[in-house]
Write a protein that binds this ligand. Structure first.
Ligand code: SF4
Length: 349
């Protein structure tokens, strides 16, 4: 990968205009290039055939087209899910997952290489933390997904920042990415079609509530009492359940947007009737606009944890519904292709 300091996906339109001005080029050339990247989804300068050859050659020599190098992809046997592993300029590996549904397609984007949160059920957590991703590295994952969906003649409809890493631990770069993707002059992706998932970093939840773009919020809960949650997600020792729920309630009340709680069901760890009852009590104490997304856990190697039985998943859902808590069981995608977060990136090649 080139070590050129200037990378196309790292550059705003005004910065690109400034660069081209320095090169004696008219401003509209920058807009043409911008359009090639974010609208036509070009993969190289050579595809920008409406630019003069001399300019394309100068761009090739002085500007890096991308920061990510595709290492491999895996496609689920039923075609419902495609997973990509990308190598970063410094050798780290991240992954992006694309899920196809009947009328939509969703890309799951990584925000960090590795993760410091150390959740015990997560393959990424087991890798440890490498570094925060830059805007360009998040944007390029999205552009890859957009090209893939275009090939399937099914537009990319949703983005979830739910891949490797904790987005709120990389807040500035992540939010700059959201703004860039939303830019009507560029990728023009609606903020309401983007969702951020956090392990429960309370300052991040409170900060998101102040932002103007209406990005959706999803919080990984995975347990209904502090003892168990601290065991599953060590970050709970810093931000215990009551604080997380309070921040979520404040967020829902100030933004009038629904909060999703993710709950991974692990056999005989957090999937009992008692767990469901406690969760219902927690969320019903001072009800607010929220929804619980139950996710039967995707097993990963090197752990004794097991996936919850279907019967216990159904029972958990029934208890929440009886207590008037909106609740769904996530449709599974890519169980056969190392679908749990971090499994493909962590795979040795
Ligand atoms: S589940 Fe999310 S927050 Fe927890 S270790 Fe994995 S990537 Fe990090």
């Amino acid at each position: 990968m080139t070590q050129t300091p200037f990378t196309l996906t790292e550059t705003t339109l005004p910065a690109l205009e400034a660069l081209l001005r320095e090169w004696g080029q008219p401003a509209f050339r920058a807009r043409q290039i911008h359009r090639h990247i974010y609208v036509k989804l070009a993969t190289s300068f050579s595809e920008m055939s409406d630019l003069p050859l001399a300019l394309r050659q100068k761009l090739e020599a002085e500007v890096a087209f991308s920061r990510l190098k595709l290492r491999e992809t895996q496609l689920a046997h039923d075609g419902s899910c495609k997973k990509a592993a990308f190598v970063l300029g410094d050798g780290g590996v991240i992954e992006t997952v694309l899920m196809y549904y009947r009328e939509r397609s969703t890309a799951c984007i990584s925000t960090q290489a590795g993760c410091a949160m150390d959740c015990i059920f997560c393959a990424t957590g087991k890798m440890g933390f490498l570094r925060n991703l830059k805007q360009s590295e998040m944007i390029e994952q999205v552009l890859w997904a957009a090209r893939e969906t275009r090939e399937q003649a099914q537009p990319l409809t949703n983005l979830v920042f739910m891949g490797m890493g904790e987005p709120f631990a990389n807040y500035e770069e992540w939010w700059a990415t959201v703004e860039r993707l939303h830019d009507p002059q560029g990728f023009n992706f609606g903020a309401r079609r983007m969702t951020v998932s956090t392990a429960g970093l309370v300052p991040g939840i409170r900060r998101l509530a102040q932002e103007t773009l209406p990005v959706n919020l999803s919080i990984s809960l995975h347990a209904s009492n502090d003892e168990l949650r601290s065991e599953l997600m060590p970050i709970n020792r810093r931000y215990p359940i009551a604080e997380v729920i309070e921040a979520a309630r404040d967020y829902a009340e100030s933004t009038h947007r629904r909060v999703s709680f993710e709950y991974v069901l692990i056999k005989e760890r957090n999937d009992s009737s008692q767990d469901a009852e406690t969760l219902a009590i927690l969320l019903n104490k001072q009800p607010f606009l929220c929804h619980v997304n139950l996710i039967p856990w995707n097993p990963i190697p090197g752990t004794s944890l097991k996936r919850a039985d279907r019967q216990r998943v159904d029972n958990f859902q029934a208890i929440l519904e009886q207590r008037k808590i909106a609740c769904t069981v996530r449709v599974e995608r890519g169980v056969g292709i190392a679908a749990a977060c971090g499994q493909l990136a962590g795979k040795k090649v």
